[in-house]
Ligand binder design. Structure first.
Ligand code: DGT
Ligand code: MG
Ligand code: MG
Ligand code: MG
Ligand code: MG
Length: 268
């Protein structure tokens, strides 16, 4: 085919191929969700409808896109990890990131009503995306640990902050002042002595965030089978199906990774 004289503009496209052997992490974060949460009357500090919608949208990303082996989310963010040997879209960062961001955003709007029955969506929300490459299992696990530690620190702070505001009647400025300089142990102590709350007993979704992984499950269905003699018979048929399962568990220690040895590929 003859080339037009305009063809040369293709050469302005830059190469954004992700380095081989690295895990490709795409992290999305809600744009200005401070305001979005206020306007849509999210419960404080944690709105289970909002978290459910984030989880549903992330599940849709995993089911529609290829090669995502694990996803982790908390607050208004979700991280998606592509397997290190993925060749999806020739590992082009912009393709991977924009597919994740657009699939997630459209799902968030599409499924809104399932979670927010009585709260209309007032304007179209947006999510930013970034790509980070991790060359070793240790680096990837530390990345996920970092996000989960962030979840824990924020949730402990927010749980106590809103107790001081909602139960004690402090202003938000007074609550901030009260918490300034406190360590995790202090916050646990105040929650316990002043509000009778043992932080350990708070819900796992809020403390640990949400981890999505693929799991194989045997599924048995009853199938009507035609016998050679023309008769029909109901027979159980078992097949192995892959589905996305959600966990709200610790990712920092060894246990999760021992129980799910297929998520990570060997380092060598
Ligand atoms: P950004 O990401 O720079 O565009 O700005 P924001 O406002 O999204 O800031 P970010 O992502 O650091 O913080 C997330 C905000 O979303 C934070 O202000 C609290 C809000 N948010 C997230 N989940 C919930 C929730 O379950 N309940 C409430 N009330 N707020 C939430
Ligand atoms: Mg931010
Ligand atoms: Mg945000
Ligand atoms: Mg955020
Ligand atoms: Mg196209």
């Amino acid at each position: 085919m003859a080339k037009s004289k305009f063809e040369y503009v293709r050469n302005f496209e830059t190469d954004d191929t992700c380095l081989r052997n690295c895990y490709i992490v795409v992290r999305l974060d809600g744009r200005n969700f401070h305001k979005f949460a206020e306007q849509h009357k999210f419960a404080k500090p944690n709105d289970d409808r909002a978290l459910g919608l984030m989880r549903k949208s992330a599940r849709s990303v995993m089911e529609e896109l290829e090669d995502i082996v694990i996803a982790y989310g908390q607050s208004d963010e979700f991280s998606f990890v592509f397997k290190r040997s993925s060749t999806w879209f020739k590992r082009r960062a912009s393709k991977l990131m924009t597919h994740v961001a657009s699939q997630f955003s459209s799902s968030y709007v599409f499924y809104w009503k399932e979670f927010f029955e009585n709260q209309p969506l007032l304007y179209p929300p947006g999510f930013d995306g970034r790509v980070v490459l991790y060359p070793s299992n240790r680096n990837l696990r530390d990345y996920l640990s970092w996000r989960q530690a962030d979840c824990h620190i924020n949730n402990l702070y927010n749980t106590l902050f809103w107790m001081l505001v909602q139960r004690r009647g402090l202003s938000t400025t007074q609550a901030e002042d009260r918490l300034k300089g406190t360590l995790a142990g202090d916050k646990n102590e105040i929650l316990f002595t002043e509000f009778g709350i043992n932080y350990n007993n708070e819900s796992a979704v809020h403390k640990k965030g949400t981890t999505l992984i693929w799991e194989k499950r045997d599924e048995t269905i009853i199938k009507r089978i035609k016998l050679p003699n023309g008769e029909e018979k109901d027979m159980p048929v078992t097949r192995s199906r892959r589905r996305v399962e959600a966990y709200h568990c610790d990712l920092i220690g060894e246990q999760f990774w021992k129980e799910h040895p297929d998520i990570l590929e060997d380092d060598n």
